[in-house]
Design a protein around this ligand. Structure first.
Ligand SMILES: [Fe+2]
Ligand SMILES: [Fe+2]
Length: 356
């Protein structure tokens, strides 16, 4: 057992075809803060937008590459199925359903997933999003100190045949919700669900590579013939926030995820220091993985590698953080470039479409 255990997700990176539209959706409609406006360091003609809580804390960060001509991505093995954002209560979740529906976004749910309640919708590029309640948590059907031991069969009421879909669809908040009130604040990454064709091998990989622990063995509640397992940063008593990674088992499937807009580009887990990241790099190389050199991303340092089913995974450091080149109060206001791109600022600004 190696001592390297991630504390959870650092960020998730998705693909947008229109940065202005993405800003309106995540900034105005979902009420997230824009914490950094910069360019893709590997492709400086394209925006890279970062959303998050006020200071851009690890675990709350959603980032977007803008690729105007990206084709549509497609679900498959080695891809992310959906991203779930956390919300405090079922009441706040219903307010989100009303707010999104009134804005013309199709919302399904709320569905009782047992460990949380979920509503589902898509962003303008087709990325599947979920808003999930904080509770009641993973200890409803096995002891908090012994999560992930038994295969859990959900009660009939949570499976499609036992649900009153019409009643669920009708349920919403009675009043229009014109502003995002503090009780509705989205609390960052609740969980990320990906698709694999070898659940056992992938699970072992996340345990070995990242120090995650199995916290729930159950079935896909929309397709109970297939397994759905949850991993997280778990110390044997509590599951850390922003750390749950779930895998849908498409056993033996050869349908491989197709990169593009509406599909997550990569997911990033946390390293608490640059030293720990280097130890991690050695550890991953020792597992026989191909790992990138350490890359300086200005706001964190990154290494990249692939899970056995093909998913691109990053480990990013908590520091230095987003206030390295602008103050806390002005985060996200100006276009920020790394020093080595500053000489090209005029060209870059002329290439990018100005954002409001
Ligand atoms: Fe989910
Ligand atoms: Fe990243």
């Amino acid at each position: 057992m190696h001592p390297l255990k991630t504390r959870g997700f650092h960020h998730i990176t998705m693909v947008s075809t229109n940065a202005g539209r993405t800003l309106a959706f995540y900034g105005e409609l979902l009420g997230l803060g824009l914490v950094k406006k910069t360019v893709n360091f590997d492709d400086p003609g394209a925006y890279h937008l970062y959303f998050g809580d006020e200071g851009g804390s690890p675990g709350t960060i959603l980032t977007f590459f803008e690729w105007a001509h990206a084709r549509r991505g497609g679900w498959g093995v080695g891809g992310v199925h959906h991203l779930a954002l956390g919300v405090a209560t079922p009441e706040a979740q219903l307010k989100w359903k009303r707010r999104l529906t009134d804005a013309g976004v199709r919302v399904s749910g709320p569905l009782d997933r047992g460990y949380f309640k979920s509503i589902y919708f898509q962003d303008p590029d087709g990325q599947v999003l979920e808003i999930a309640t904080a509770g009641p948590g993973y200890a409803i059907d096995e002891p908090a100190t012994a999560l992930g031991r038994e295969l859990i069969t959900p009660p009939e009421s949570r499976l499609p045949a036992g649900r009153d879909e019409e009643a669920i669809q009708r349920e919403t908040w009675p009043e229009p919700v014109s502003e995002v009130t503090p009780d509705m604040a989205l609390q960052g990454i609740h969980h990320i669900s990906a698709i694999t064709n070898d659940l056992d091998a992938s699970g072992e990989f996340y345990e070995q590579a990242l120090g995650l622990s199995l916290v729930k063995k159950t079935v896909n509640q929309d397709d109970a013939r297939t397994r759905h397992f949850f991993w997280a940063a778990y110390d044997g008593e509590t599951v850390a926030p922003h750390s749950a990674m779930t895998l849908f088992d498409w056993a033996g499937s050869t349908l491989i995820a197709r990169p593009g807009h509406g599909l997550t580009h990569h997911i990033a887990f946390r390293a608490s220091s640059a030293e720990e990241q280097l130890a991690w790099r050695d550890h991953l190389l020792g597992m026989g993985l191909q790992v990138s050199p350490v890359m300086d991303r200005s706001y964190f340092r990154s290494i990249y590698f692939r899970a056995p089913d093909g998913l691109l995974v990053e480990i990013a450091t908590d520091l230095p953080g987003f206030t390295v080149d602008e103050s806390h109060e002005t985060l996200g206001q100006d276009l920020k470039l790394p020093e080595w791109l500053e000489p090209r600022r005029r060209d870059i600004e002329q290439t990018l479409v100005a954002l409001p």
